[in-house]
Each structure stands twice: as structure tokens, then as C-alpha cells.
Design a protein around this ligand. Structure first.
Ligand SMILES: NC(=O)c1ccc[n+]([C@@H]2O[C@H](COP(=O)([O-])OP(=O)(O)OC[C@H]3O[C@@H](n4cnc5c(N)ncnc54)[C@H](OP(=O)(O)O)[C@@H]3O)[C@@H](O)[C@H]2O)c1
Length: 257
């Protein structure tokens, strides 16, 4: 199975913009067909990343094998309902919280549907994109803008979607740390370079070191008498990780309803 030669997008907003940017930057050379609504964004993507703006959503569907369903959740079922979709088409749904059976109820169960969750770092070709069910062509596609991570079932997909939200919290944490670590001698710019570089380094090591959990790596660095331990102990005493747990649990309960 090869990467789809022609991709469509029904719903051209933020997600379409960052996903298409990442696909093109990563070397995807197939045709990309866009729905016409949101003309400003469609025109920008057409000129920046060699996309084609079609006359209608139906034109998008008729001219591609795989199309992204990338409207907001409240719009996606209505958008699908009016389309004629033959059974050889594949839908790549990025719509949060809408299940495969909800989509099948609208379009019938003959059409292949893959749920996916690319995040904004697709633009930097670094999106760890959750996919369910596995589809070699769709997995390959997301490898252009990061890497596909296949969920075993839809419950795992819903649970994994929580991490796509955690992703956005990292930026807020980075911001706090950049401010906290800068002073008169260390500029914000230097602090930013260091904080973001350390975050990337920590993630790279934790991904590479399959033998130790991130918690074990932290314990191995923050040993008795080190400044690292002094700081880590304060974070633990102040229960700094508890609100993170609370926020994750809240999302888990909402996304698994
Ligand atoms: N943005 C993210 O970080 C992110 C991350 C993961 C998943 N997602 C999922 O991605 C989907 C899109 O999110 P987004 O942030 O890209 O939303 P968005 O920026 O609001 O874009 C959605 C676009 O779909 C258009 N649209 C609505 N109904 C349509 C129809 N019937 N036919 C064609 N286009 C239609 C909207 O046009 P109007 O504005 O004119 O209504 C809008 O331009 C959502 O379901 C969301 O759950 C987003």
C-alpha cells in the first residue's frame, strides 16, 4: 500500500493549515484538494503549498481516494450527510469526540474511516499522530509530518486524545520556566533556547532509553546532594504534579463519555 496520491480536505481551518504545511514540508507530493468554504485560507494554502480549491465538497470527494473530515465537531455530521460517497473512498477523520460508529450511522458502514489526531507541531514535522484503526496508507501519510502512533482500539484512541491536549499545556509550562530562569544576566532569548533545548533533550533521551521510565531517569539525575534533587524535592513537597493529574483525569472522563 502506498501513500494516497490525492488527498482531499472537507473543512479548511487551522488543522488543515498546519497538517498541509507539515505534509508539504515533509515532502508529500500528491495532489491536495480543498473544500471552497473559508476562501481566504483555501487561497493561501493553494498559493503557498500547491493545493487546488474545488467548486464544492462533492467535487473534493469525487476527485480523491482519501479525504480529511476536518470541520468542527458540531458541523461534521451535517457536512457528511449531504455527500455521495462511494465505497472505495477512505475518510480520515480528525474530529475530536466523534466516534467511528457515529460517522457510519450517517454515511453507512461500507466506507473506510480512520480516526487521527495530528497536532500543531505537524508544521515542524514532529506530530506524534494518534491513528485508529491502523491503515498502512494513512500511517505513511502521517510519517511525512511526524510519526503515526497506532491505537489498538477506539477506547485507547479516546484515552490517547487526552495527550493531544496535554501537548498544549507544555507551552504554558515552557513559558513559566523561561520567565523563571531568566534574569539580568540571562536574557529571555537565552533562557528560551535553553529551556526548549532541555525539553527536547529530555524527550529525546526518554524516547531512546527504553530500559528506564522517565521517573527513573529523573531519580538517576537528581541524586542526593545535587541541585536537581533540591528543586525536585520542592516540587514534590508542594504537590506540583497533582493539578496535572487532576486536569488529565477531568479530560479522560469527558473524552470517554
Ligand atoms: N486545531 C487543533 O489544534 C486541532 C487538534 C486536533 C483535532 N482538531 C479537530 O480538527 C477539526 C477542525 O478544527 P480546526 O481548529 O481546524 O477548526 P476551524 O479552524 O474552525 O476550521 C474548520 C473549518 O471548517 C469549515 N466548515 C464548516 N462546515 C463546513 C462544511 N459543511 N463544509 C466545508 N467546510 C466547513 C469552517 O468554516 P466556517 O468558519 O465558515 O464555519 C472552518 O473554516 C475539529 O473537529 C477539531 O476537533 C483540531
Amino acid at each position: 500500500m502506498t501513500t494516497p496520491q490525492t488527498l482531499g480536505f472537507i473543512g479548511v481551518g487551522d488543522l488543515a493549515e498546519y497538517t498541509i504545511t507539515g505534509l508539504r514540508r515533509g515532502g508529500y507530493q500528491g495532489r491536495i484538494l480543498l473544500s471552497p468554504r473559508n476562501r481566504t485560507m483555501s487561497a493561501k494554502l493553494a498559493s503557498d503549498w500547491q493545493c487546488e480549491v474545488m467548486q464544492s465538497n462533492q467535487d473534493v470527494v469525487n476527485n480523491c481516494d482519501y479525504f480529511f473530515l476536518s470541520t468542527r465537531p458540531a458541523d461534521c455530521l451535517d457536512a457528511l450527510r449531504v455527500l455521495e460517497i462511494s465505497s472505495d473512498k477512505h475518510i480520515i477523520s480528525v474530529v475530536a469526540g466523534i466516534t467511528i460508529s457515529q460517522l457510519h450511522e450517517v454515511i453507512g458502514d461500507q466506507i473506510n474511516i480512520v480516526r487521527t489526531m495530528p497536532v500543531t507541531c505537524a508544521k515542524a514535522m514532529a506530530s506524534p499522530t494518534l491513528v485508529y484503526p491502523s491503515s498502512p496508507a494513512v500511517n505513511q501519510l502521517f510519517d511525512y509530518c511526524g510519526n503515526a502512533i497506532v491505537a489498538d482500539d477506539e477506547e485507547a484512541f479516546n484515552q490517547g486524545s487526552v495527550v493531544a491536549c496535554v501537548y498544549s499545556w507544555y507551552f504554558a509550562l515552557f513559558n513559566e520556566l523561561i520567565d523563571a530562569c531568566s534574569n539580568q544576566s540571562l536574557s529571555k532569548q537565552m533562557s528560551s533556547e535553553l529551556v526548549l533545548g532541555m525539553a527536547r533533550g529530555a524527550a529525546s533521551l526518554a524516547i531512546q532509553d527504553k530500559g528506564n521510565s522517565p521517573g527513573e531517569i529523573a531519580e538517576a539525575i537528581a541524586t542526593e546532594g545535587t541541585f536537581s534533587k533540591l528543586g525536585l524535592d520542592i516540587l514534590k513537597q508542594e504537590a506540583a504534579f497533582e493539578p496535572w493529574l487532576k486536569a488529565c483525569n477531568e479530560l479522560k472522563s469527558r473524552l470517554n463519555k
